[in-house]
Design a protein around this ligand. Structure first.
Ligand code: F6R
Length: 261
């Protein structure tokens, strides 16, 4: 696991966007795994800016998103499909038919999840998976107590996630946040060839501590990434503050990336 500790979240977002942009440039048929939430917004912005400036095409890129709320149609302005259209897909030339978000309205959610996994497999697997992290250490919507081998399925949100998501979205109203979601499993996520996790702000300090230096445990599902051989954590100084070896990680990752942080 590499931990890149940046002075600002803007710098982290730009570095992560540069990695994805370069990968699309090299392989126009790249398969991306994408996340929603407040964290990746700036990175998506940077990806769109770079695509425009350097004429990088996403026409043949395919994407699979991590999760979707149960009960929200893609047209709902708090659905993750809507979020992706607004924050990334509209800004690049990706073909909407090549973008996949779990259907939160599926009549048979288990069937929907199985088909989603099969489609990812058919595409050759995810080349780069983008992740955020919940303040309770979740990745996608894999809350504490979820098997680290879990596959895509129906999941139940913790009160702390409902609170976090209400604060950032849903106009602050906890009663509006769905309590269930469809989510890629931890095992599914860990099959991606490369993983880029972004984490910003004090609210993510404990989660990053658990992810990077905690035991590998269901209690912090992001800790499963410790066993992945190409996982990159891009965070700002606030999120990294509780890491014991933060100075070492910062030096090592900057040296590997050939940059000064
Ligand atoms: C979103 C997702 C979640 C978020 C996490 C952090 O698709 O899978 O795991 O990444 O809840 O959310 P923010 O970025 O809003 O703090």
């Amino acid at each position: 696991m590499e931990v890149v500790i940046c002075k600002t979240k803007e710098q982290a977002a730009k570095l992560a966007a540069d990695i994805i942009t370069a990968a699309v440039e090299k392989n126009p048929k790249l398969v991306l795994g994408l996340a929603t939430g407040s964290t990746p917004v700036k990175m998506y912005d940077e990806m769109a800016k770079a695509a425009k400036k350097r004429k990088i095409s996403y026409r043949a890129v395919r994407s699979w998103n991590l999760d979707e709320y149960v009960g929200l149609p893609g047209t709902h302005n708090q659905s993750y499909r809507y979020f992706m259209n607004e924050n990334l897909f509209k800004k690049i030339d990706i073909q909407l038919k090549n973008t996949h978000v779990l259907n939160g309205m599926a009549k048979d959610p288990e069937k929907e999840c199985k088909a989603y996994e099969a489609a990812i497999k058919k595409a050759g697997g995810i080349d780069i998976q983008v992740l955020g992290i919940g303040s309770d250490g979740h990745i996608a919507f894999n809350e504490p107590g979820t098997s680290l081998k879990s596959r895509t399925g129906v999941v139940y949100l913790t009160p702390s996630t409902i609170k976090d998501n209400a604060r950032l979205f849903f106009g602050g109203d906890m009663t509006q946040v769905p309590t269930k979601a469809l989510s890629m499993g931890v095992g599914t996520i860990c099959e991606a060839k490369k993983i880029i996790l972004l984490a910003f702000g004090e609210n993510k300090q404990n989660a990053i501590k658990g992810c990077v230096e905690g035991p590998v445990s269901q209690f912090c599902t992001a800790s499963a990434l410790q066993e992945h051989n190409d996982a990159w954590i891009f965070c700002d100084e606030a999120a990294a503050k509780k890491l014991k070896l933060r100075k070492y990680y910062a030096w090592r990752s900057a040296t590997k990336l050939g940059i000064a942080l």
